[in-house]
Design a protein around this ligand. Sequence first.
Ligand code: ASP
Length: 589
Amino acid sequence: MYRSNTCGELRIENVGQTVTLAGWVQRTRKMGGMTFVDLRDRYGITQLVFNEETNAELCANANKLGREYVLQVTGVVNERYSKNDKMPTGDIEIIVSEMKVLNASDTPPFTIEENTDGGDELRMKYRYLDLRRSNVRENIELRHKFCLAVRHFLDAKGFIEVETPVLVGSTPEGARDFIVPSRMNPGQFYALPQSPQTLKQLLMVAGMDRYFQIVKCFRDEDLRADRQPEFTQIDCEMSFVQQDDIISLFEEMTKHLFKEVRGYDLGEQPFLRLPWAEAMRRFGSDKPDMRFGMEFVELMDVMKGTGSFPVFNDAAYIGGICATGCASYTRKQLDELTNFVKSQQIGAKGLVYARVGEDGSVKSSVDKFYEPEVLNNLKAAMNAQPGDLILILSGEDAMKTRRQLCELRLLMGERLGLRDKNKFSLLWVVDFPMFEWSEEEGRLMAMHHPFTSPKPSDIAKLDTDPANVLADAYDMVCNGVEVGGGSIRIHDAELQAKIFDVLGFTPEKAQEQFGFLMNAFKYGAPPHGGLAYGLDRWVSLFAGLDSIRDCIAFPKNNSGRDVMLDAPSCVDQAQLDELQLILQEKKVN
Ligand code: ASP
């Protein structure tokens, strides 16, 4: 037996017991004839005491211990003279009588403390040391608890977890695939799944009725703080359901997880369901942060053509937000906001502002172009109060300008302390458009994915006005983050073929890429739908993290590299030969 107890377990009631602990040396302190060692394991830290007077040899050995040495110690639990109420074990210490060094350690490259001196890259290179830090470990533990709670909930609702393959075929829609060459089929490639979308639909055709899987997905995209090339989804699908059935079941799961795992009560009220078009109009985003208001006010009627300001007079959209109590912003603070808007280059023209003074008067950066009456109309339209700052963006592309105003709203929300990480605001965004126009491809693309069902009432519009067809698709949004999304699926081979046609596939190409699905639909596909949650995002929201990386045991960095494993890396010529692959000469600039 290596240990009788863990390093997080002993309390005042254990005083007098002889115990054996094992763990890592967090730090040692020599004070006069006494040496104190903090011994750490996953469960906590316990203070060990070595006394020169009572056991000089043992104490001398303790003085030689380095950080992260692995020890086994036996001793008696003693009540501490000076207690530490910051540590759960802070009332006691162990008077050590025996010590065995189980393993020595090199000095770690950074301190293994909650606040470490290690930079990001170094911590990632030595992630196994980073994971010893309690705050990092807690994120991994939270993730485990989260997954367990998901499995229990879904199991109780009749879902079964079914694994789907990791080596699948490449599909043309969606993000870029990671591809894997096949040695046994030279010149041919597998792809890693971007999600198990078509496979879970086939499981519905197979009569599985309720499926889920906590599953890795792979997308070869440019990375941001909340993106990883491989990430985990809670993937779900159900048969014989409509949108309402799915929304209410997963709303129940969400409330349950918040309560069980985060200890946060989302209340009895159903989540708000906001149509996509309204979300874009009021917040400029399909994932609005609803922890605060600061809704957009459209100002076309008030500011366009009512003065001589050319920028507004040429605009296709003018919108404002009202920042409570910010009228006292200095020139420098306003310049910062202007620079923020400029640096983003989303498409809006420069920032226009108006301060409402304590006496109710309005002073704006475009005063010279407008009569005072117009500025008063502006104040009224914005419902601005004395002390408020009105921020206005305009542009020739309404959608782009709204998106930029959304960024400004989020920034102001942050500045005003309205984006509290311990507060959660959830909603569904519904009624997404089926398609969006891709400038790059010069065609309509599926906004969700090509298997999403159009709203039945909009099917007739597929021929005449596809850009305005709405989908039975929904996203769950929490604090401005899309935590999940899904849709009712097409289960009719003919309708599926029609959608491929709108997306610009020839019948032959559609058959080649998705024949397996359309064939399956000929054999009694049930009506079905589902959704997938981003596990990493959700756990990082619960943990209050800015990056999903911190809740992944072995994440990749911003260039998609695993710096610990040094992957990706070159392979031997023999491996390439076996795969019949020839690498192009590296292009030198
Ligand atoms: N497979 C979809 C996705 O990864 C989710 C869904 O429609 O269920 O976004």
